[in-house]
Design a protein. Structure first.
Lengths: 584, 584
C-alpha cells in the first residue's frame, strides 16, 4: 500500500520547485481574487450572509490540496451546489431564520461524509448513470432557476420565493413598475463589465472589477441612501472552529438534499478534473480518491462554518490558464481569502447586492446549453427527449426530483430498448462469402430453405418473448421449404437462465420438426454459459460454426451426404473456459 | 378490423361440430368436478366462505369463453391469486368482518378494469420484465406462505395470522400439544388420497374423492360432534346480481393489491395459455386479447359476487388431457357448477375444512420449485442469487413487496452488467484470416503496432467511462510502438449521444497523436447513428472495414505506400439509410 495514493500531496510537495511556484503563484492569486466576489455571491445564492462564501473558500481549499488528485481543480463555492443548498435548507427554515446557517453547515458535514463513504467503498462509478442529456437538461434548468432567483436583486423589489418559474416571471412582470432604477442600472452595468472583460482577457477577474466599480458608484453617488441594497457589515476574522449541531430529525430532513449535492457536486468536479488531466497527462485523477478529497474538504470545512463546496468549471479553467501546476495554487488562493477575512472585509461594506447578482447571472448564463439541445434534436431524437423531459421535470417538479426523474427515465429507456432489439435477416452478398441484412442490401440473396437471423442484443428475460415471436414470424414467412435456421450470435453479448430455457425449447421444437438449428459467431462468455448449462450439448457441438458462410456450406454438404466434421474449425467455435460441462 | 379478433368465440362457435363436443364434454365435466372442491378450498384460502369459490367458477368462465383466445385455458379461482386476495383485503378488514367479502368482490372489479386497460393499451409486454428466477423465487415463497396459512386447518387449533413464517412455525410447534387428532388424521388422509390418485391417473379428480371420503368419515363417525370443523350451511342458488360497492378510500387502499393480482394473475395465465398453444398450434394466443378476456371475466364476475380469478396451471392441464377442443369445455364446467349451486350445496354441509386444507396443500406443494434453484446454482450463479433474494424478500417483506423487489433487482443487475461489459483484445489465429480473444486462444498472435479490441455491449452513457478507461489501459500496455487501434463493432448494438461524444474525443485524441483509428463490423443501425451525428465523417469513411483482417491488411498497405481505397468493400461497410448526413 502506497501512502501517497491516499495523501496525494506527498506526490508533488517533496519535489516542489521554484519552477512550480512561478506557475502556482499568479494562478493562486488570480483565483483568490475571483473567489472574493464569487464566494460572496454564491453565499447570497445559497441564502447565507456573504461572509460565509469567504469562509467556504478557506479550509476546504487547503484540505483538498492535501487529499485531492487533481492539481488544477479549484475547489470552493459554486453556483449549482449553492442553489441546492438554498432549496434543500429552504424546505426546513427561512433564509432569515437563525437556524438557516446552522443547517447549511450541517449539510456540508453530511455531504462530506456521504462523499467520503462513497470514495472508501469505491462507488464513484455511480455517476456513470448520469447520462449526457440528463446532465445537460438538468444543468440548463437549474441555471434558469438560479438566474430567476436573483431577479429580485437586479430589479430591486421583493419577489416571493417560488419554485415555479411562471410564478416568478409573472410576479416580476406585473410588478415591473416598482423597479428600482439605480439597482437595475448597477446590476446591468455589472453584467456588461464582467462579460466585456471576459471577452477581452480571461485571466482578468472581471467580477472583481465590477465589485470595485459598484462600491465606487455607491460611495460616489450615495446610492445606499436612495434605497439601493448593500451587503453592509461583514464580520472580521478567521472562521471560528465550531462543531455542527444536529439532531436526528434534521439529518433525516436534510438527507435527500445531502445525497443530491454529494452526487451533483462530484459529477461537476470529476468532469472538470478529468478534462484537466487529459490536458496535462502528468498525473492521474482517481475518482474514488477524488470523492475522498472532496468529502474531507467538506467535512473539514463544516467545522469552520463552511457550506458545501465542490470543484467548479470556471475558476478551474482560469487556474489552469494562469499556469497552476500543483495544489499549491489552491493554498495560495486560500491564504489570500484568509488575509481578506482578517483585514479587508470593511472594504466591502458598500458592495451592492445587485453586483453580486450580476456575478451569479453571468456565471449561470454559460450553463444554459442550447447548442447541445439543437444538436441532439438533429442527431439523436431519443436523447433530445431525455434532455427536454429532465429540463421540464427540474423546472416543474423541483431540483432533486428533476435529476432523479432524469436518471430513472434514461435507465427505463435503456431497458425498454433492449427489450425490443434490432433483428436482421441475412442474405448472401453476390460473389462473396459475406452475409448482410436483406433489408439494407437489396442484392443480398435469401435462400428459401435457410433462415439466417442475427439478434442484436444480449438475450435475457426481457427480450426472450420478443425473440421467440420474431423467430416464429420469420419462420412462417419462409413456409414449408424451411430446412435450417442459423442464429448469428456475434451481437449476443450475454445469455441469462430465461434465455437458456427459451433456446432449449426452440431447439427441441426444431428437432421434432426436423429443422436443423445452427449457431455461428457465438462469443466466448456466451459459449461458457451455453456449456455450463448444457445448452451446447442440446444444440450439438457439430452445429456451432464461426462464420455464416461455413455454416451454410456445411448444411449443403450434409444435404449432399458428405457428413465429415470440420474438426479444427469446430474446436475453435466451441472453445470454453469451463472444465465441468453439461449440467442440466 | 375483424370483429372475430375481439370476440374470439366467433372463430370457433360457428363451425362447432359433434367432434368438438366429444372432446369438450368429458373435459368440461372433469374440470367442473375438480372445481367444486378447489373453488371452495381457494375461497377459504382467500378468507371467504366456501360458496364464493363456487360463485367465482360460474360467470368468469362464461365470459372468458367468449373473449379469451386460448381454447384449453381453465379460468377460475387459483391458489396464488386467492392468497393475494387474503393479504390484500386482510390489510383492510378481518376475514370475519362483514366488509371482507365486499372488498374481495371490489378487488375483482379493480383487477378486471386494470387488465382490460392493459389489454386495450397493449401493455401485455410488461410481463416480460418478470424474469424466470424472479417468478420462480416468488412462487416458491408464496407457496410456502399459502401452505403455512392452512396449517391451522390441518392441526385443528387456531394460529394467529402473521406474514412472518418463523412466527407461524414457532406458534405451531409450541402449541403442538393442542393438536386435534381427528382433524390432523383427516387432513393427512386427504393429502394421501389426492396425491395417490394423481400418481395413478391424472384425470380422476382426486380432490373430489377426498371430499366424498371426508364427508362420509364425518357422517359415519360423527366427527363434527368431536370438535372437527366443517363448512356447514352453504347457501343454495345462483349468485345474485349486485353492484360492487366502494368509496375512493377503498379504491386507494386496494390499488396495490389489485395491481399485483392483475399482473401475477396474467403472468400465470399467459404462461399456461402459451404452453397450450404450442401444443395445439391450431389457433393463436394474443397476449393483449388475453388481458381483455381475463379483464372482462373479472369485471363480469364482480357483478355476480365473484372474487378475482385467472387461468390456472393444474385445471388447464387436466382440461387439455381430458380432450377439450374449444371454450365450450369451460361453458360446460360453469354449467356443472351452476347446477351444483342450485341443487347440491346441502351435500357439502359435513365437508371438513381439513379436507379443503389438504386440497390447498397439495396444490401448492407442486409450486415449490427446488429443482430450478439447484439448476441455477450450478448453471447461473447470478440468477440463483436473484431467485434466492426474491424468495427471501417475499417471505420477509411480504407478497407484493417481494415481487416488486425481485423485478427492480433483476433490472438493476442488467443495468449494472451492461455498465461493465466484456472487452476482448483480439489476435490473429495462425494461418487464418480469423481474429480471436488472446485470453481464450493462446496461439492467437498479437501485433505490437496494432491494438484490436472488441467491445461486447451497446456503447451508452453507463459504460462510456469504462470503455475509455479500458482502452487507455490496453493502449498503455502496448507502449510507444502503437501505430493503430482497431475497434471491432460486431457486438456494439447501439450508440447513444454520450457514446458519440466519447468516441469523438477518442478519435480527435488519436489524430493528434498520429495513431490510426479503424472500425470494423459496425452494424447498420449503428452506422446510421454515426452518419447522422457526423461521427462517420470524423472517423473517416476510409477507416470503416467489414472484417478485422481487411483492416489489418489495409494498414499494412498504407504503411507500404499503397493507398488505394477498396471502393466496393468500403461502400458496403459504410452503407446507411440516412439521406442527410453530417450534423455536428
Amino acid at each position: 500500500m502506497d501512502i501517497r495514493k491516499f495523501i496525494p500531496i506527498l506526490q508533488w510537495l517533496p519535489a516542489y520547485s521554484k519552477e512550480d511556484l512561478k506557475g502556482d503563484l499568479p494562478a493562486g492569486l488570480t483565483v483568490g481574487v475571483m473567489l472574493i466576489p464569487q464566494g460572496m455571491a454564491y453565499a447570497m445564492l445559497a441564502g447565507l450572509p456573504p461572509v460565509y462564501g469567504l469562509y467556504a473558500a478557506t479550509i476546504p481549499l487547503l484540505v483538498y490540496a492535501i487529499f485531492g488528485t487533481s492539481r488544477q481543480l479549484a475547489v470552493g463555492p459554486v453556483a449549482m451546489v449553492s442553489l441546492l443548498v438554498a432549496t434543500g435548507v429552504g424546505a426546513l427554515a427561512d433564509p432569515d431564520a437563525a437556524g438557516f446557517v446552522q443547517y447549511a453547515i450541517l449539510l456540508a458535514l453530511m455531504v462530506g461524509l456521504i462523499q467520503l463513504l462513497m470514495g472508501v467503498f469505491r462507488l464513484g462509478f455511480l455517476v456513470n448513470f448520469l447520462s449526457h442529456p440528463v446532465i445537460s437538461g438538468f444543468t440548463s434548468a437549474a441555471a434558469l432557476v438560479i438566474g430567476l432567483s436573483q431577479l429580485k436583486h437586479l430589479l430591486g423589489f421583493d419577489i416571493p420565493r417560488s419554485h415555479l418559474i411562471h410564478e416568478i416571471i409573472g410576479n416580476a412582470i406585473t410588478r415591473f413598475s416598482e423597479v428600482h432604477l439605480p439597482t437595475l442600472l448597477l446590476g446591468l452595468g455589472g453584467i456588461v463589465i464582467i462579460m466585456g472583460i471576459r471577452k477581452f482577457n480571461k485571466t482578468i477577474p472581471g467580477s472583481l472589477v465590477a465589485v470595485i466599480a459598484g462600491i465606487l458608484a455607491v460611495v460616489l453617488f450615495s446610492l445606499d441612501d436612495k434605497g439601493l441594497k448593500i451587503v453592509q457589515d461583514i464580520p472580521v476574522g478567521f472562521p471560528a472552529l465550531s462543531l455542527p449541531l444536529f439532531n436526528i430529525n434534521d439529518l433525516q430532513a436534510l438527507l435527500p438534499a445531502a445525497l443530491t449535492i454529494a452526487l451533483i457536486g462530484f459529477v461537476e468536479s470529476i468532469a472538470v478534473a478529468k478534462a484537466m488531466q487529459a490536458r496535462h497527462k502528468d498525473y492521474e485523477v482517481d475518482s474514488s480518491q477524488e470523492l475522498i478529497g472532496l468529502g474531507l474538504a467538506n467535512i473539514g470545512g463544516s467545522f469552520f462554518q463552511s457550506f458545501p463546496v465542490t470543484g467548479g468549471f470556471s475558476r478551474t479553467a482560469v487556474n489552469d490558464q494562469a499556469g497552476s501546476r500543483t495544489g499549491m495554487a489552491s493554498v495560495i488562493s486560500a491564504c489570500l481569502i484568509i488575509l481578506t477575512l482578517l483585514f479587508l472585509t470593511p472594504l466591502f461594506y458598500y458592495l451592492p447586492k445587485a453586483i453580486l447578482a450580476s456575478v451569479i447571472m453571468v456565471a449561470v448564463f454559460g450553463l444554459i446549453n442550447v447548442k447541445e439541445a439543437v444538436y441532439l434534436w438533429k442527431a439523436d431524437r431519443r436523447d433530445f427527449i431525455m434532455l427536454l423531459v429532465t429540463f421540464l421535470a427540474t423546472l416543474t417538479l423541483g431540483i432533486e426530483q428533476g435529476i432523479a426523474f432524469g436518471i430513472l427515465l434514461s435507465l427505463a429507456f435503456v431497458i425498454y430498448k433492449s427489450a425490443y432489439p434490432h433483428i436482421a435477416q441475412l442474405g448472401r452478398m453476390p460473389g462473396t462469402r459475406e452475409y448482410r441484412n436483406i433489408v439494407r442490401f437489396q442484392d443480398a440473396a435469401e435462400r428459401e430453405d435457410i433462415l439466417i437471423i442475427r439478434f442484436d442484443a444480449q438475450l435475457y428475460f426481457a427480450n426472450t418473448a420478443y425473440f421467440k415471436e420474431k423467430l416464429q414470424k420469420m419462420e412462417a414467412e419462409k413456409g414449408n421449404k424451411l430446412k435450417a435456421v442459423i442464429l448469428v450470435g456475434t451481437a449476443i453479448n450475454s445469455l441469462d437462465s430465461s434465455a437458456v430455457h427459451v433456446l432449449r425449447d426452440i431447439v427441441e421444437d426444431y428437432n421434432t420438426r426436423n429443422i436443423s438449428f445452427l449457431v455461428t459467431g457465438i462469443k466466448g462468455p456466451v459459449r461458457d454459459i451455453m456449456c455450463r448449462c448444457g445448452l451446447m450439448e442440446c444444440i450439438g457441438a457439430q452445429n456451432f460454426y464461426m462464420g455464416v458462410h461455413e455454416a451454410v456450406e456445411a448444411l449443403d454438404k450434409m444435404n449432399n451426404g458428405e457428413n465429415e466434421a470440420e474438426a479444427a474449425r469446430q474446436k475453435m467455435a466451441t472453445q470454453t473456459n469451463i472444465t465441468k460441462p453439461g449440467i442440466r
